[in-house]
Design a protein around this ligand. Sequence first.
Ligand code: NAD
Length: 440
Amino acid sequence: MKRICVVGTGYVGLVTGTCFADLGNQVICLDIDEQKVARLKRGELPIFEPGLEELVLRNVAAGRLHFTTSYAEAVPEADFCFIAVNTPAGPEGEADLTQVRTAAAALAPYLKDGAIVVNKSTVPIGTADRVDQIIERHLPPERRGLRFGVVSNPEFLREGNAVADFMHPDRVVLGATRREDAEQVAALYAPLKCPTLITDPRTAEMIKYASNAFLATKISFINEVASICERLGADVRLVAEGMGRDARIGRAFLDAGLGWGGSCFPKDVRALAHMAAVSGCHPQLLRAVIEINKDQRLKVIQKLRETLGSLEGQTIALLGLAFKPNTDDLREAPALEIAHLLQADGALLRAYDPVAMEGARRALPDAYFGTDPYDAVAGADATVVVTDWNEFKQLDLGRLRAAMARPVLIDGRNIYEPAAARAAGFLYYAIGRGTAEAVK
Ligand code: NAD
């Protein structure tokens, strides 16, 4: 059993802390957001993440998981202090390290001798060195000479599947200047019996950016192929199927749609491109990946204009608001971007999402939020499926059509069969599914 402090109790920090508690450690999760900590202390989860609530409650009840806003309470006993605060995009696309710097400085006065600071936030190459220096600088005079380690441990979990991803990682990456520091962190993960890769800190930090950029590239690639399919009469879903069967390519991240969003890909691809550019490289591929993604959102607007004419005064319904299914996260969600573009064109918005409506109400105060998908599309001139929640896949398309004023359905995630949608009376548009006749 080790004593662990996790700084930042968001999607990554709360999952990390809870899972380490479940592995038998004593964990204290620390956040400066008093409301968040108060809710957690009452047993309420501030985020939606499948399976997490039960795990939090179980470990709190077992006395292994605690919450606080106080560094003085959380840090002095901790063998490991994980930093899991956010690293949002700055104005030029660079990663804004303010939260990481503040957390490192706040840890310093309380670190115990021999403690290891483990950075889980996605941070620019070279940040581990900076964290080390910040801690050194903020040690009180009487604690100069304190022994501590800094390990880079990028996180690869996916929102919506975060608990399972933490418990069954494909790999754990640990970057450290002293191998024994990395080995101590590796021992925390030993119960997971997963491959562990120990590198220098810069390489570990780069592995995270390169992984996210590669996944975003796969999506932008298939979206470019989708545009070509649409023009030339091929079906991108079957193209992806055929490509994905090739073990060298793999099927994952080859779903054409409205493009990537969320709290990671947009900021991480931009941050890597920024790092490349300021270090004298010319990140042409990364720039294209970002541009293709922007175009995917605009295509929806173009398609609606082609079909409905001016969007001024037209009612458009959005099904799905979260950036992907099984999460309530709206950060850089394609739905919000599309909603703002539609509002700029004078359209009236209706919307529905199974879990993300609370946040969406704040982001889109003028929209009507339906009680269910059928209510959301009532009287709409067009419906756009933005997030591929499972519950949308089973909708009664005849009922959906009957609820709408006009029969325009843009399936931004390719979840319906074109023939079924057309049979229900829709003018149906998908992404990259050319007009070629289906095989009889
Ligand atoms: P988040 O915004 O959900 O959570 C960050 C938390 O840190 C917030 O609760 C905030 O109040 C708290 N915080 C900020 N400054 C603090 C401080 N000085 N002391 C204590 N708490 C502080 O962020 P997230 O989505 O969990 O992401 C965290 C990091 O992990 C980011 O760098 C992100 O890129 C990376 N990451 C995220 C995911 C993901 O799916 N969300 C996956 C892998 C990696």
